[in-house]
Design a protein around this ligand. Structure first.
Ligand SMILES: [Zn+2]
Ligand SMILES: [Zn+2]
Ligand SMILES: [Zn+2]
Length: 352
C-alpha cells in the first residue's frame, strides 16, 4: 500500500501540467493523460527516467533515435486530440486496475502476438475454422466496432466477463481463442482466466489491443492501391474512454446503427433518463434532435418520475410529514428496466 501511494504522489507531481486519469494498483499502473505535445513529452521523459521498468524507453543518445521514437509511440500510444478531453487530473490508488470479480491471481499462460500476426491468425482462422475471436470489452464498446466474426459479450462491466465465460465455456473448448480489447490491459486478464478454466484451448491475445492494430494497419495500407491494401478486419471504430469517444482506422466503414431509424451512425450519446446512463446511438441526420432517451420506456419513466418528484417536492414544502407512499412509488418507477436493458439481459441468458 505504502509503495502504491508513493508512486501515486510521484506521478501526480509529474503530471501537474496535464489532465487525465492515473490509476495505480499493485498489479500495475494505467495512465491516460492529455496536454500539449510538449508537456506530454516531458511527462513521458519524467516517468521513463523515474521508473526502472520503463527504462527501455528512456531517451538515450546511444540508441537509434527513430527506432526509439517508434518504440515509445507504440508503447505510450500517443494520439492527437484536444487537451480538454478530461476536466481535471484524477489520481487514484485502487485494488485492481481492471476489476474482474474473481479473486486470486491467474497463472494461465497465453501468447501475445503483434497486430500483424493477429491479422494473419484471423485470416487463416476465418477460413479454417477451429478459431474463435473474443471481444473482452463491454457491449457498448463492441457496438461501435469489433473484429470481423468476433463474439461480443452482452455485458455492461468487465467484472461480468468471468461468469459469462463460465456459462459459455463449451464454445471455447479445444479452440484457438483470439482475444482483444481496447489497449491490451483487460484481455491479458481474461486470457489468463480462460486458460485456467480451459487448459486445452490455445489462448492468444492482441498485444496493445485494437489501438495497436489500427496504427499498424493504417501504416501498412498507407499509399497503397486498393488491390494491394490488406483487408481491414477491424470493422467500425475503437471506443475510447474520453471525450474523443472513438478512434477510427482510415477508410473505416460504420457498423453501428441508430437506435431509432437503424441507419448506420456512430453518434454515441448517453440516455438522459434518470438512473439509466446507457450509451446509445442516435443519428445526427434525423434522430438526435428528437431522441434524448434510449427507448420509450426511459422516456415514459422520466415523465412519470417528474410527476412524482413534483408531488414530493410540494409535499415537503407543505407538510412536515415524510411522504412515504410517494417515495415508494419513486423507487418502483426507478426499478423498471428499459427495453434496451431487457433485451441485453435476454441475450446474456440465451448465451452464444
Ligand atoms: Zn436515426
Ligand atoms: Zn435509457
Ligand atoms: Zn432503453
Amino acid at each position: 500500500m505504502y509503495e502504491t501511494v508513493k508512486v501515486a504522489n510521484a506521478l501526480k507531481e509529474m503530471a501537474k501540467n496535464l489532465t487525465g486519469k492515473l490509476r495505480i494498483a499493485k498489479e500495475g499502473i494505467n495512465l491516460t493523460v492529455a496536454g500539449t505535445l510538449e508537456n506530454v513529452e516531458k511527462f513521458i521523459n519524467n516517468i521513463t527516467d523515474k521508473f526502472e521498468f520503463l527504462k527501455e524507453f528512456r531517451l538515450d543518445s546511444n540508441v537509434d533515435s527513430n527506432e526509439l521514437k517508434l518504440k515509445r509511440l507504440n508503447f505510450f500510444k500517443n494520439s492527437p486530440g484536444c487537451e480538454h478531453v478530461f476536466d481535471n487530473l484524477s489520481v487514484k490508488v485502487c485494488d485492481e486496475i481492471t476489476p474482474f470479480n474473481v479473486s486470486g491471481k491467474f497463472e494461465g499462460e497465453f501468447l501475445k502476438v503483434s497486430p500483424e500476426e493477429f491479422h494473419e491468425l484471423i485470416e487463416t482462422g476465418l477460413s479454417e475454422g477451429n478459431t474463435v475471436l473474443l471481444d473482452t470489452r463491454n457491449y457498448y464498446e463492441s457496438k461501435l466496432g469489433y473484429f470481423k466474426g468476433a463474439i461480443t459479450p452482452p455485458i455492461r462491466k468487465f467484472s461480468s466477463l468471468p461468469s459469462y465465460l463460465k456459462s459459455n465455456k463449451e464454445v471455447f473448448r479445444n479452440k484457438k481463442v483470439l482475444n482483444y480489447c481496447t489497449g491490451g490491459v483487460r484481455c491479458a486478464k481474461a486470457c489468463s482466466y480462460i486458460k485456467e478454466i480451459l487448459p486445452d484451448s490455445e489462448i492468444i491475445m492482441l498485444d496493445g489491443g485494437i489501438h495497436n492494430y489500427i496504427e499498424w494497419i493504417n501504416k501498412e495500407n498507407e499509399g497503397k492501391t486498393e488491390e494491394d491494401k490488406k483487408e481491414l478486419f477491424f470493422l467500425g471504430s475503437n471506443y475510447v474512454f474520453d471525450a474523443r469517444v472513438k478512434i477510427s482506422p482510415n477508410n473505416h466503414k460504420i457498423v453501428a446503427k441508430c437506435n431509432f431509424c437503424m441507419k448506420n451512425s456512430e453518434n454515441y450519446i448517453k440516455c438522459t433518463g434518470i438512473g439509466c446512463h446507457l450509451m446509445f446511438i442516435s443519428c445526427k441526420e434525423s434522430c438526435y434532435n428528437k431522441n434524448k432517451f434510449c427507448c420509450e420506456v426511459c422516456r415514459d419513466r422520466d415523465a412519470q418520475l417528474k410527476v412524482v418528484l413534483n408531488a414530493l417536492n410540494s409535499n415537503i414544502e407543505n407538510t412536515e410529514e415524510s411522504p412515504d407512499s410517494q417515495n415508494l412509488e419513486l423507487k418502483k418507477i426507478k426499478k423498471i428496466q428499459c427495453n434496451c436493458e431487457v433485451e441485453r439481459r435476454k441475450k446474456l441468458e440465451e448465451g452464444i
